[in-house]
Design a protein around this ligand. Structure first.
Ligand SMILES: [Zn+2]
Length: 208
């Protein structure tokens, strides 16, 4: 009877102590799947993102995923809201920033644990070589440092929210628009590098 009860509980809800799923790389597309997923995750703020953001994050996430998988790297590709916990080699949550005062922000990075700071520095150094607009200080909003998914995802070599630019800023949006697949290639190179894989090439400057 008790065994049957335990089994029933296990079927209804995974126990919080269930061990995390181990993955090479985890890629989540910010806002993807909302608002449909919001009802299942009432504790998440049902943020739909900046205008146009929800259409762009999956494009970048899919491009990066395709490249990494082509190199035999395992990718857990997730939308904005997901169940379970993950232990990843490296993890990114892809976003574009928006602002009521257009062009007051740019690219930015969020992370929760001090041990993720080196990964943030590596991304700033790498993406900063390409991104010609401003880069905000790390964790410049609480949404970045306390991103909800940091509770579910830990990464050995960096769990980062990456805002790839500000899409309310016409100049940044125009620069980003043709580069979404290229952004995915840049991310794939970065993530591979973070887990010690040197065989995923840097795409170099965008060539139309
Ligand atoms: Zn966002």
């Amino acid at each position: 009877m008790i065994a049957a009860l335990v089994l029933l509980v296990a079927l209804v809800a995974p126990l919080p102590s269930a061990s995390p799923t181990r993955v090479d790389v985890l890629i989540s597309a910010g806002h993807e799947g909302r608002p449909q997923s919001c009802a299942r995750f009432p504790k998440h703020h049902c943020n739909l993102g900046a205008s146009g953001e929800i259409a762009w994050t999956p494009v970048v996430a899919d491009a990066a995923t395709q490249i990494l998988r082509a190199h035999g790297i395992g990718v857990q590709r997730l939308p904005a809201d997901f169940d379970g916990r993950y232990d990843a080699g490296a993890a990114v949550f892809i976003h574009f920033d928006g602002n009521d005062s257009p062009c007051s922000t740019g690219a930015s990075i969020g992370f929760h644990r001090a041990q993720d700071a080196p990964a943030a520095a590596a991304w700033r150094s790498y993406y900063g070589r390409y991104f010609p607009f401003r880069f905000m200080p790390d964790n410049f909003t609480r949404n970045l440092s306390n991103y909800y998914a940091f509770r579910q995802v830990h990464a050995q070599n960096g769990a980062l929210v990456l805002e790839l630019g500000e899409i309310d800023c016409p100049a940044q949006k125009a620069w980003l628009q043709p580069r979404l697949a290229w952004e995915g290639a840049v991310l794939a190179h970065f993530l591979a590098n973070q887990i010690g894989r040197k065989d995923v090439p840097d795409p170099g400057p965008f060539a139309p």
